[in-house]
Design a protein. Sequence first.
Length: 169
Amino acid sequence: MGTNGTSAAQTLGDPLPPVDPLTLSGTASLGLTARPESVRRARDFTRDTLRAWALSDQVDAVGLVVSELVTNALRHGLRALPPVPRAVPAPLPGARVRTVELELMRCARRLVCAVQDPSGNAPRVGELDGAMESGRGLHLVECFSDGWGWRPLSGGRQGKVVWAVFGTA
């Protein structure tokens, strides 16, 4: 994702989320690590990007969905991997660390939010239980977006991309 990698749109294969490369007018991406402040960074990044794209009216709904997708990726996508031993020193600058990637793609009449994580496990919509404090994430994504889906990464890479689409017209 981002400028040095493959965009989420390219990793999804068929069927793609509704991204028309001919009408793609902007992309922005952000790498996130498994830190408590990452969800807030993703929301702030989304807010700033949408304002720059003159989509301020979408900030609340898209910000909520981004929060849920990033939270799920950090909670489930990174947890599915074996833990890094504590004795391992901090990575050197430029070294790859386990991350979650957020990409926002603006096309004619739609916005796509894609979150990539290293787990190949399918996202799962759980049972709604009003007494539970968690488990409502994908239900919120369904309610606030115009659609969502997921796809394993292609090209022999491990992981998946979960995406949500919003109309902008």
